[in-house]
Design a protein. Structure first.
Length: 219
């Protein structure tokens, strides 16, 4: 089964979770969403990651982003694991749901099983996948990490800011961009259009080619 590609509509997943039964489209509603998978409960890297996300819940909520964890264990295991996560996060509560997927049905739908990582009975575990989904239920950005490498959630926040800025203002973000810095006007926007769209102005960067394709502005 091929994996999801950018722009694909994510499946309308349905499963039990630590917050009850969830139907994905209803859960997302008109919000953005992040679905992040983990190989298994009570594993060290996963515990650090879910603890870090717990500390960032307010930051994601400010951006209108709903969080949804996914791990290849049942709800009872997730519930027993949460106190460990909260202890590691120095008291931040796990306020987001964690989907149960003991039969790997969701992971097969998302094509995120790691063929090199298996549980004690030889079944493949999930990779560290993270999907950012827009209100239109389409995949906007995806990270895929091996099980031994933890994710950087500062980067996840940064790309959420960049995606939302690009969507809301029709701009691009340069390398290493951070919230508040200047953005790029796409080449498809003429100078005349740019003057109307960005009345406070923009800077065109001089380049050896004399092509004026890097125009920086603020939004």
């Amino acid at each position: 089964m091929p994996g999801l590609s950018l722009g694909d509509t994510i499946p309308n997943l349905e499963a039990d979770s630590t917050h009850g039964h969830i139907k994905l489209y209803e859960y997302i509603g008109n919000s953005w969403a992040i679905i992040f998978s983990h190989p298994a409960d009570f594993t060290p890297v996963c515990t650090t990651e879910l603890g870090r996300i717990a500390r960032y819940v307010d930051d994601f909520e400010k951006r209108g982003v709903k969080l949804l964890g996914l791990s290849s264990d049942d709800v009872e295991s997730h519930a027993a694991w949460i106190p460990d996560i909260e202890a590691f996060s120095q008291g931040s509560k796990v306020r987001y749901p964690i989907l149960a997927d003991p039969n790997r049905e969701i992971m097969v739908q998302l094509n995120i099983l790691d063929p090199d990582e298996k549980d004690e009975i030889g079944k493949p575990l999930a990779s560290r996948a993270l999907h950012i989904v827009g209100p239109d239920k389409k995949l906007k950005l995806s990270f895929l990490y091996p099980s031994k490498v933890g994710r950087n959630f500062d980067e996840v926040l940064r790309v959420v800011d960049a995606l939302q800025l690009a969507t809301n203002h029709g701009v691009c973000t340069p390398a290493n961009w951070k919230a508040g810095e200047r953005v790029i006007i796409p080449p498809s926007v003429s100078d005349e259009e740019a003057k109307k769209k960005f009345p406070h102005g923009f800077e065109t960067i001089d380049l050896p080619s004399s092509k004026k394709y890097i125009r920086l502005t603020t939004v």
